[in-house]
Design a protein around this ligand. Structure first.
Ligand code: NAD
Ligand code: 4TP
Length: 326
């Protein structure tokens, strides 16, 4: 669903129009069918919306390429493009809950979430910093946020954490655990037989040999050594400012950074349009665009669907890989 007042309804329709007929499974929108119909009319997107009651009905459905299946979820109040409304939060949260439950029960092969406003959800009592943490909780396992694009795969160790709390959240156990998950995910989900992982420092110049902070010496390097002792190919700690240029990126399959902006600035600067935010390491597959609600352009018809398309295609690919591995 995503935030109904953001670009989500428009992107759902544009992405459906782009991927229809090209997926290995049926795309089902969990959203307000009336809002999708209004949005399609406003942006002149030809679509036939077919309401379904539950996902169990889908195997027998003959999906015409003109049909978008929608599990109708009323949003509780009219949506005004660009104007977030607390009245929508309950439906947005209910959509996340339903889709997570579908994936965990095997009724859905994957979940692709549209952008939400975290502030709107928090104000309604959503107890998680973001959706990544929500899906981890519902899956009962540690996951990682991985930004995936043709140019870079990168994981922030700490995610939605205030910057002043980051150093305490950077622990040897946390880094080692993240490296284990990354190594497994790169092999199993991304099909890389011998993955190489680059690890950033926390401080400028990775601490300059202890002159500008000691987390690299005390925490990050020992975690990398422990990972290498387990057979994981990890290298670092590297200065974060020089590990993302074109030549540097040829030396690894994925990077682990210590905090949100180290990782996401690199990813979004390199490829904002094609970036996907994937929650990896969980028993379920969840992907999302790398961008947010874009309230400033909602309703104007100019939102680019590329990132949502990439998120849908990656979810489809990962689901096929996992099915093939069974
Ligand atoms: N996947 C998610 O759910 C997700 C991801 C990032 C941010 N957010 C949330 O979104 C809200 C707004 O965040 P923000 O303003 O920092 O980032 P944003 O990505 O919503 O917007 C940043 C800029 O990029 C532009 N932009 C974004 N998506 C675009 C698209 N598809 N096509 C063209 N231009 C696009 C916007 O117009 C804006 O100028 C916040 O509440 C944030 O937490 C959600
Ligand atoms: N940090 C993410 C980004 O900027 O792309 C975004 O806030 C979404 O996070 P969740 O998927 O955890 O909601």
């Amino acid at each position: 669903m995503g935030d109904p007042a953001g670009v989500a309804p428009e992107l759902t329709l544009k992405a459906w129009a782009a991927v229809r007929g090209g997926l290995h499974r049926t795309l089902i929108a969990d959203a307000d069918a009336n809002l999708l119909a209004e949005t399609a009319a406003r942006h002149r997107i030809a679509v036939s919306i077919s309401r379904i009651e539950d996902l169990g009905a889908t195997p027998s459905m003959q999906a015409s390429e003109d049909v978008l299946f929608v599990r109708h979820r009323p949003i509780g109040a009219p949506a005004r493009a660009g104007v977030p409304d607390a009245a929508h939060a309950a439906a947005v949260i209910a959509s996340l809950e339903a889709c997570a439950a579908d994936a965990l029960a095997g009724r859905a092969a994957a979940v692709v979430t549209n952008p939400v406003s975290k502030h709107t959800l928090h104000a309604a009592g959503f107890p998680f910093p973001g959706q990544t943490e929500f899906f981890e909780d519902r899956a009962g396992a540690r996951g990682l946020m991985m930004l995936v694009s043709p140019k870079l795969r990168v994981v922030p160790l700490t995610i939605h954490v205030p910057l002043r709390d980051v150093p305490d959240a950077v622990t040897r156990e946390g880094i080692l655990g993240a490296l284990r998950i990354m190594d497994r995910v790169l092999r199993e989900d991304f099909g890389i037989p011998q993955p190489h992982i680059a690890v950033s420092g926390l401080n400028p110049h990775a601490g300059e040999a202890g002159d500008i902070g000691t987390e690299e010496i005390d925490t990050i390097a020992p975690a990398i050594a422990a990972a290498e002792a387990e057979g994981i190919s990890a290298r670092g700690p590297l200065p974060a400012d020089t590990m993302f240029h074109d030549a540097a990126r040829t030396g690894y399959d994925a990077a682990l950074c210590m905090y949100h902006d180290q990782a996401l600035v690199a990813s979004k600067a390199l490829d904002f349009d094609n970036g996907v935010n994937a929650t990896v390491g969980l028993p379920i597959i969840r992907t999302s665009p790398d961008h947010g609600t874009a309230f400033d352009i909602a309703g104007k018809g100019v939102a680019r669907p590329d990132s949502l398309i990439a998120a849908i295609l990656l979810a489809d690919l990962l689901a096929s890989r996992r099915e093939g591995a069974q």
